[in-house]
Design a binder for this molecule. Structure first.
Ligand SMILES: Cc1cc2nc3c(=O)[nH]c(=O)nc-3n(C[C@H](O)[C@H](O)[C@H](O)COP(=O)(O)OP(=O)(O)OC[C@H]3O[C@@H](n4cnc5c(N)ncnc54)[C@H](O)[C@@H]3O)c2cc1C
Length: 294
């Protein structure tokens, strides 16, 4: 089939990769460049946190993580064995079956792969105004396909009544004095932060969650809260260097759960909220099974 995808953020890419694997031809449209930074998928920390997210997420998110996991309570000695750099803390919970995707590397690698693929046409810096009935509309032009997908994240507002953006801010810190090897969270009633390790002692520190679609730079309050919390987790962050501060909006629906909508020759996938990296493979799989049947 000849398939059109509007939005080449996280969901658009996972869709394209799945469709190519099944032998289809894919035409992509995004208002950003292939290596741009508009997608929430490029800001994400990429944690695959089925269990840790239960602290604040809907239990249905948990249902998507099929594997059972035992959560272990660690005392100081056990924590020291697992993460020696965190031994100033008296106790911790260890969740063995969680992980992470390096979101920025995924976005770059998928851009390289899709741009080089003979069955892909990528229309960069092309704003889509409507996706409907096998067509993608760009300005006055209407492009026709065997099937179309709307994966524009927050950009699909106007097509889904209850779609909103939820602001999130993250820091990237280079911290040569810190050696944490696993995604780590601080459990605190007010400051919910995570530390996600990347190669060469780089750490993604996030993330705020604020009910606004404002994508302007990080606020003083957020930076104070994130950095104080991370310093209280590990004093080695005192001499870390701030290499990036990013803001983006998570595409979210009223119930904060993902939604797949099918109609004539069209599927919309949206609302992946805080869990895009965790859920996109399963949600895309479900969408392809029920809709286009590709
Ligand atoms: C700070 C932060 C931290 C996060 N951390 C995690 C995490 O640790 N783990 C996790 O699983 N998830 C995380 N997420 C969530 C994850 O990033 C999102 O759930 C996911 O990116 C949503 O994917 P999407 O494809 O629907 O939207 P996006 O990734 O935002 O992609 C939408 C794409 O559509 C394009 N677009 C929009 N409008 C138009 C238009 N009119 N025409 C053409 N193109 C358009 C945009 O340019 C963009 O490329 C985080 C998000 C944020 C903001």
């Amino acid at each position: 089939m000849n398939i059109g995808i509007a939005g080449v953020g996280l969901v658009g890419r996972v869709l394209a990769l799945n469709l190519l694997q099944r032998g289809h031809t894919v035409t992509l449209f995004d208002e950003d460049t292939a290596y741009g930074d508009k997608a929430a998928g490029i800001t994400a920390a990429g944690m695959l946190a089925v269990f840790a997210e239960l602290e604040s997420a809907e239990s249905v998110i948990f249902d998507h993580g099929k594997e059972a996991s035992k959560i272990e309570l660690l005392d100081r000695a056990a924590l020291k064995e697992l993460e020696p750099d965190l031994d100033q803390h008296a106790k911790a919970f260890f969740i063995p079956h969680e992980g992470q995707v390096d979101a920025q590397r995924f976005m770059k690698a998928s851009s390289n792969y899709l741009l080089a693929h003979p069955d892909v046409t990528w229309n960069e810096e092309t704003k889509v105004t409507h996706v409907l009935d096998g067509t993608i509309r760009v300005g006055d032009e209407i492009k026709t396909f065997d099937w179309v997908f709307d994966a524009r994240g927050v950009g699909a507002q106007g097509e889904m009544d209850d779609l909103r953006g939820v602001r999130g801010e993250v820091f990237w810190l280079d911290a040569p004095e810190v050696n944490i090897t696993r995604p780590t969270r601080m459990l605190h009633p007010r400051y919910k932060i995570y530390i996600v390790p990347r190669p060469n002692n780089r750490y993604v520190i996030g993330a705020t969650e604020i009910e606004t679609e404002d994508k302007s730079p990080m606020s003083v309050r957020s930076s104070l809260e994130l950095l104080s919390a991370v310093y209280s987790m590990h004093s080695g962050f005192a001499e870390a260097r701030i290499v990036n501060m990013l803001t983006n909006c998570r595409p979210s629906l009223r119930d904060n759960l993902p939604r797949i909508e099918h109609s004539n020759k069209m599927t919309r996938i949206n609302g992946l909220y805080r869990h895009g990296y965790l859920l996109a493979p399963a949600v895309v799989e479900e969408a392809l099974k029920e809709g286009v049947n590709a």
